[in-house]
Design a protein. Structure first.
Length: 355
């Protein structure tokens, strides 16, 4: 009888196809989605170790958060620089991991904006900003594209997202399985991309790319939404917009080989020192040296430091990240000028970064 054999073959094929449809970083149990996970990496995991909240609260109060003027601009300077730049394609650092591409192929692209005083539930309880807000939300230009890399409070900021104007017109790139949150705030054009999925808007191409991280903004939603970085392409240029990520060489060597070289990579350079809390190393963020290594893996011509000088999220000195990025640049094959540090609120002509 051949029929049972055929049925068994079809059943096996069905199982194989179902397995192929679910990427490694998607975890299912009994046919139902459970959570996302990182790609395999031979690094230690923190696992379910309890976070020493009271010790952390005490130690972070001891951090000196004084920031000298060499890293800051006054509001008048910021507004004057924006005015001088006019319609020239440019990029502005909004503090922490917030970046604004202005007039890029006729679009204003906003990445991971946090323009409130506090990061936490409803932007009320949590860590307070220790440097000035460069722009108020109502001082932003009309936003065409909004990208949120992942759901942690210092990237998915309720205050900022709630108060941005023209929500119904904005093309939003949101983490996978998070659409309902953005709908609740009034956004209409919501795109959820998995890693290596792309969407073109006008003359700009956006691709979600691999990160090594996690997500959580509630008591029961750990890893329920995906974490990503983004590749932004226009004309013959490519820029890496780094969401939070640790540096795993084999993963990012492969990513870099697929991309084939980029003009610049925006990469986190802080939130890495937890030694006094009992965690010798975190593989969820990058040190300045690791950011430079990641830049090389991604074949980036320049590395732009990000994710620092805004909130106390770890125990390194707040001025160490920009200092160490510059000091270590040549060790990792970059000129010092190619390890780029913006002042908070600073606007640069994109040609400076893509030539």
């Amino acid at each position: 009888m051949r029929i049972p054999l055929i049925l068994c073959t079809l059943f096996s094929l069905s199982i194989s196809l179902n397995a192929m449809e679910k990427p490694y970083h998607h975890v299912y149990e009994n046919g139902k989605f459970k959570e996302f996970r990182n790609l395999p990496a031979d690094v230690p995991q923190w696992g379910k170790r309890k976070w020493p909240y009271f010790k952390w609260t005490k130690l972070k109060k001891e951090i000196d958060t004084f920031v000298p003027n060499e890293f800051l601009l006054s509001k008048d300077e910021i507004l004057e620089n924006i005015k001088k730049m006019g319609k020239t394609p440019s990029i502005q650092w909004l503090g922490h991991n917030g970046w604004l591409f202005r007039n890029l192929k006729g679009k204003n692209v906003l990445f991971d904006p946090v323009l409130g005083d506090t990061i936490g539930p409803m932007s009320i309880f949590g860590s307070n900003r220790f440097t000035p807000i460069p722009l108020q939300v109502d001082e932003l230009p009309k936003i065409d594209v909004l990208i949120i890399s992942h759901h942690h409070y210092d990237h998915r900021d309720y205050f900022t997202l709630k108060n941005i104007k023209n929500k119904k017109d904005i093309e939003v790139f949101a983490p996978l399985r998070s659409k309902s949150f953005y709908k609740s705030l009034g956004y209409k054009k919501i795109h959820e991309l998995d890693w290596d999925e792309s969407k073109t808007i006008g003359d700009l191409k956006f691709t979600a790319k691999t990160s090594y991280h996690w997500s959580k903004v509630g008591l029961t939603d750990r890893n329920k939404t995906l974490w990503s970085s983004y590749l932004l392409e226009w004309d013959n240029n490519k820029a890496w917009l780094g969401g939070d990520s640790g540096y795993i060489k084999k993963i990012f060597d492969e990513v870099g080989n697929k991309i084939g070289g980029i003009s610049f990579a925006i990469l986190g350079i802080a939130a890495y020192d937890f030694k006094k809390l009992g965690f010798n190393e975190t593989y969820m963020h990058t040190t300045p040296s690791q950011a430079l290594e990641m830049g090389k893996s991604l074949k980036a011509k320049k590395v732009i430091g990000s994710h620092f000088l805004t909130f106390v999220l770890s125990l390194e000195k707040v001025l160490d990240p920009p200092k160490l990025l510059k000091e270590n640049a040549e060790k990792y094959g970059y000129k010092k000028d190619d390890a780029v540090i913006f002042k908070i609120g600073e606007v640069k002509n994109l040609k400076e970064l893509t030539n």
